[in-house]
Design a protein around this ligand. Structure first.
Ligand SMILES: [Zn+2]
Length: 302
């Protein structure tokens, strides 16, 4: 018998239960939120049938997301809403335990899945890159990740999800702070173009997809902005504002905030439109089918 056999058996014995545990954990299906059952839940599902609007929000780490915006778009407007988080925040501190690196990344994945139930997310995605540590430099992040591999991942996810609108949390410059944040903003802009280009990362059975609009977040009140999402709007179905409801979800990300949720952004989130619809000559107002334009207020022309 070869000496490799016992090691192989041992590896199987260890890995199979580990994979099963991981699989069970990531697919845990806790009881639905009270707001997703009964009359409220029925209304939420009916709302989703009234529109074909769809949005994908892109960030770098768990808890970077605009939870209030996601809740307003999904629970308030009925859009199909996805969240793409580039990595799982593996290198950060752990506010609730001793787990670090891959272990805390797994915890943060679960926390984000829990938070996503409050945001009303329909789908969540991660890419294959890791949070390697704190960095203020975009070039360092792109050097460690490789610009092409992470772009390939994001393009593949966009083509499979097929959102009409992309909302990047970050802008792709020093303003974003962490190098991972800057990369998330930059790669989102790259992917907006690349996902529609049939020559970029062709994949059998996954056709190119042209996102209609791209919005960049992180815009301050006194800066030029084009749309504003009123996350402070009161929802009679939730009994509180979308922002407050989302804060309950954010509080689940305890490995980062210890249960505090004060980091929720202000009631109005401003964004800048970066790219118009691609259809030739189609520069008119947003289509009726995209309800994002119904409540998201455009800035009046000056
Ligand atoms: Zn972050």
């Amino acid at each position: 018998m070869s000496r490799a056999a016992p090691r192989s058996i041992l590896r199987s014995c260890v890995l199979v239960p580990a994979v099963l545990l991981l699989s069970l954990g990531l697919h845990a299906n806790p009881d639905p939120l009270p707001q997703d059952t009964g009359a409220v839940g029925t209304w939420q599902r009916l709302l989703k049938l009234q529109t074909t609007a769809s949005v994908m929000h892109t960030t770098a780490h768990p808890d970077d997301e605009h939870g209030g915006v996601l809740a307003q778009l999904s629970r308030g407007q009925g859009a199909r809403v996805s969240l793409l988080t580039l990595n799982r925040g593996e290198s950060g501190d752990n506010a609730i335990g001793s787990e670090l690196f891959d272990a805390v990344g797994l915890i943060r994945t679960e926390e984000l899945l829990m938070a996503g139930r409050y945001y009303g997310l329909d789908r969540q995605y991660f890419t294959t890159v890791i949070d390697y540590g704190f960095s203020k430099r975009l070039d360092e992040t792109l050097e460690k990740w490789g610009r092409e591999p992470v772009l390939r991942d994001v393009v593949r996810i966009i083509r499979r999800d097929r959102p009409f609108v992309l909302i990047a949390r970050f802008q792709g410059n020093e303003r974003d702070g962490h190098g991972n944040h800057q990369a998330a903003g930059l790669i989102t802009q790259d992917a907006f173009k690349a996902a529609a280009d049939p020559k970029m990362f062709p994949e059998a059975g996954v056709p190119p997809w042209q996102v209609l609009k791209l919005y960049m977040g992180g815009v301050r009140e006194d800066e030029d902005w084009t749309v504003k999402v009123d996350t402070g709007e009161y929802s009679s179905w939730l009994g509180e504002s979308y922002q407050t409801f989302a804060r309950t979800g954010l509080a689940f990300q305890r490995s980062q905030n210890g249960g505090r949720s004060a980091a929720v952004p202000g009631p109005a989130v401003r964004m800048r439109r970066m790219s118009a619809r691609i259809a030739a000559g189609d520069t008119g107002p947003p289509r009726k089918s995209c309800t994002t334009s119904r409540v998201v207020r455009s800035r009046p022309k000056r």
